[in-house]
Design a protein around this ligand. Structure first.
Ligand code: HPA
Ligand code: ZN
Length: 326
């Protein structure tokens, strides 16, 4: 496949807060006169280096302090959607993390409406369709997650949110703890995806699948280590949203050249390539991830098309939109 950059793409795994560029953080700190440690500002002006996922998450949560109002969320999403268009993304589902924003005193409606307005603008002006997925933090309270679902009922009814996800650091037995959140989300008509098997098996993906029955798994790269998990993913037609370069930059996978794509190809598992937190990991673009995979695996144009069609079927959009995108 020669023209990988111009190929149409669907991105299902990108955290909007992970698109917050260091230069924007620095500009907003200056503009809003926010109080940040000068040593940290110096760190921000250099290329990011992380020792682990939890090391990355510290900066990711810290930098969110610059997002204070609806306009900030709009600007963040609009900037990302313009970048996505440049990567030839035709459809995307975008994660956001309501908890850290609410904890900082931001109204949930300001977060959702700011993001959603950018999505509407992208559909009109860029011919790019995008949807929102609300993520809950596995290392925070389950009651908080349930309350936030209650607070979001109107946004869900108005189709501003199409699914829930789970991200952040894993705690022991988190899937069983968050099962009531999945049940409540399903009752509200939402789809479910979850980060799992990102850094080896923090919680066995087989347990995650059996307890939560998710439609998709985010990352899931370590599923390649278990024949049983692979079989279950295949049987249940669970899509994996893989993120090769982010896994390298978070030290979840040490050699990008050996990222385990071939196992998923051989087992005919539906997967997509995604940028996760492009402003932090590298920074990289979605195309950088595609170029890497294309270089290291022999994927024909037809195979890429086939993967895209399968990805389209794993989106949380309706049948009409799926048909339109075909
Ligand atoms: N993993 C877990 N939590 C996250 C990530 C991730 O890649 N990005 C943002 N929150
Ligand atoms: Zn992620």
């Amino acid at each position: 496949m020669k023209n990988i950059e111009n190929m149409p793409k669907i991105e299902l795994h990108v955290h909007i807060e992970g698109t917050l560029e260091a230069k924007t953080v620095l500009a907003k700190i200056e503009q809003k006169q926010l109080n940040f440690d000068p040593m940290y500002l110096e760190k921000l002006s250099k290329p990011p280096v992380f020792t682990s996922l939890s090391d990355f998450l510290k900066d990711y949560y810290k930098n969110m302090a610059v997002l204070e109002n609806q306009q900030d969320f709009f600007d963040l999403a609009w900037n990302h959607l313009k970048n996505a268009k440049k990567q030839n993304v035709i459809y995307t589902e975008i994660f956001f993390d309501p908890q850290p924003h609410i904890k900082r005193g931001i109204h949930l409606d300001d977060v959702i409406d700011g993001l959603y307005q950018a999505l509407e603008k992208a559909e009109k002006e860029l011919d790019l369709k995008a949807k929102l997925i609300m993520c809950f933090l596995k290392d925070e309270s389950v009651d908080e997650a349930l309350n936030i679902l209650d607070m979001s009922k109107l946004a869900i009814e108005n189709k501003k949110i199409v699914g829930i996800g789970f991200d952040s650091n894993e705690i022991e037995n988190w899937a069983a703890i968050f099962k009531p959140v999945v049940d409540k989300a399903r009752n509200l008509g939402l789809n479910v995806t979850t980060h799992a098997a990102e850094n080896s098996f923090e919680q066995d993906p087989i347990e995650v699948i059996n307890i939560l029955n998710p439609d998709r798994i985010d990352h899931g790269l370590y599923i390649h280590k278990s024949l049983e998990a692979l079989k279950l993913v295949k049987e249940k037609e669970i899509h994996l949203s893989l993120c090769p370069l982010p896994n390298f930059y978070s030290k979840a996978w040490l050699d990008p050249k050996t990222f385990p794509i071939q196992v998923f190809l051989d087992n005919d598992i539906s997967f997509s390539i995604n940028s996760d937190d492009p402003a932090y990991f590298g920074p990289t673009t979605l195309n950088d991830n595609y170029l890497l995979v294309n270089q290291n695996n022999k994927i024909s144009e037809e195979k890429w098309k086939n993967l895209l069609l399968k990805t389209l079927n794993s989106t949380f959009t309706n049948t009409e939109e799926k048909e339109y995108l075909k």
